[in-house]
Design a protein around this ligand. Sequence first.
Ligand SMILES: *Cc1c(COP(=O)(O)O)cnc(C)c1O
Length: 385
Amino acid sequence: MPTPAIISKLPAVGTTVFTVMSALAAEKNAVNLGQGFPDFPCDPALPGLVSEAMQAGFNQYPPMTGVPLLRDAIAAKVAAIYGHRYDAASELTVTAGATQAILTVLLCCVHAGDEVIVIEPAYDSYVPAIELAGGVPVFVQMVVTPDGYAIPWDRVAAAVTPKTRLIMINSPHNPTGSIMRPSDIAALREIVAGTDILILSDEVYEHMVFDGQQHESICRYADLRERAFVISSFGKTYHVTGWKVGYVAAPAALTAEFRKVHQFNVFTVNTPMQHALANYMRSPAPYIELPAFYQRKRDLFRAGLEDSRFRLLPSDGTYFQCVDYSAISDMPEADFAKWLTTEIGVAAIPVSAFYQHAKESGIVRFCFAKKDETLQAALAKLSRA
Ligand SMILES: *Cc1c(COP(=O)(O)O)cnc(C)c1O
């Protein structure tokens, strides 16, 4: 019997550039600054705490909404940093990473034909998630200014229609390393005021903002958080991207709808990790020290490229550094990234991969969440480009 034919729900989705570049990097033995995760270990206390939780018998289903101790720790952290205390019982839900949180938000509130505004370049899971929910993505592209990437809010405002259900934002921003500033918040407030538009705020890099700048969490603003799903991920904060534990903070009415879907697409998130994270969060030191930790790596990497032909764009947050390579080549970004991997020996990600319709800016993204020796090895090679 032949395999029955099915009509793809995501016909445009194929092998991602991340998979392609990682495979090429491995094949060519290149230094891989493409992949967006650390090549150094997490704090050894973390696996120790997981092991303790397992030994203590925390091996069965936890509550659907997350281990209470962890929800309490998240509520306390958000209150301490952003000045608003979410109710741990009715407004916080632990998720299987930010990716599941994003999909679940879209599934719970986007109906067929609803429009969702996506600001490009955008994280790769956003558009497939909108499409699975039956929504229609409406794109607004960031502009590249001399000060780096910026959101053209007049174009966001012009994209709003009576069908707009939700606006997706991401700050600090992957892939550009830009952050939202008070002027961005003011523009967003003006656009949503008096409407029913919801906000999905992807803040997985909330603890990686540099040069003493403030992370403009949506949690800080009453008029925004009342309509927002705010998402974070422990994977990014604690160097454990493989753990896939995150959370969603949202007002009770939104959380109630979120949980209806969450209950049936994951039900619960693994128990020992949640206990480990709750205990680890007793000390704020790891996330308080994170900006300095990554700022030093950013500065090391930037200093190493200072005399190169790459033009450095600002990196105000995340662990990404974008560079303009137009002084080196006029190749399209994907070709340049392949050339860089094959001929120079350093893998990067073309920013065009974060657009639905190929957009060429002559910019690639490097990840600096790497050991110093990895960064040094990459810099030695990049100096030949
Ligand atoms: C890594 C990342 C995610 C996914 O986080 P997980 O917790 O691994 O699912 C979501 N959004 C952005 C912008 C990311 O960079």
